[in-house]
Design a binder for this molecule. Structure first.
Ligand code: HPA
Length: 194
């Protein structure tokens, strides 16, 4: 896809996750997702790639709310939202290519405001390593469809405790565009090997 539908743009969750429903009907078995996010883990640097190992859903509406789609159970298991084998493979490729990759938990929030210092601190204490405004709804629907998921988050800004800094959409875009080729390199190689 070129871009996505964001909840903050005013789309409802059925619209945000419609592409995953279509891709499921087209027969995809694996979904690769990517996003930009604010890093809260003090080991992270701007421009880092964070392989998403898990997520925390902070969206105010659940994408599976309502009548259950027959693609999966009413109460879907989420014990491995991001495929461990794909993560291991990405790690191996990154090592081979000398690309620095971090691991972490992605917190999905509605936006469109970036976080206040207290919000970054809270999400970090709750177990998040990075926070962003997308991805979680799509991943939930993909998993409900039995689609394996691999996700990478580009750390485009930092929300570190005690170090509040201004964040702008422009700097997010600049950092994302810079790191994107490395992410693409890993994903291309994964596609080749799967
Ligand atoms: N917060 C939320 N969403 C984001 C951020 C952030 O700091 N950076 C990029 N997307």
């Amino acid at each position: 896809m070129e871009g996505r539908f964001h909840y903050y743009e005013g789309y409802d969750m059925k619209e945000v996750t419609f592409p995953e429903r279509v891709m499921y009907e087209l027969g995809i078995k694996t979904l690769f997702v990517s996003n930009a996010s604010g890093g809260m883990n003090p080991e992270f640097k701007i421009g880092d790639l964070m392989i998403i190992t898990d997520h925390i859903n902070f969206f105010p509406e659940h994408p599976l709310r309502g009548k259950n789609f027959p693609t999966g159970p009413r109460f879907p298991d989420m014990h491995e939202p991001y495929d461990k084998q794909l993560i291991a493979q990405a790690d191996a490729i990154a090592r081979e290519k000398g690309i620095r990759v971090m691991h972490g938990v992605y917190v999905g929030v509605q936006g469109p405001t970036f976080e206040t210092p207290a919000e970054y601190a809270m999400y970090h204490r709750l177990g998040g390593d990075a926070v962003g405004m997308s991805t979680v709804p799509e991943v939930i629907v993909a998993r409900h469809c039995g689609i394996k998921v691999f996700g990478v988050s580009i750390i485009t800004d930092l929300g570190l405790e005690g170090q509040p800094v201004e964040v702008s959409h422009e700097e997010v875009q600049v950092a994302a565009n810079k790191a994107q080729p490395l992410m693409t390199e890993i994903m291309r190689e994964m596609i080749k090997r799967n």
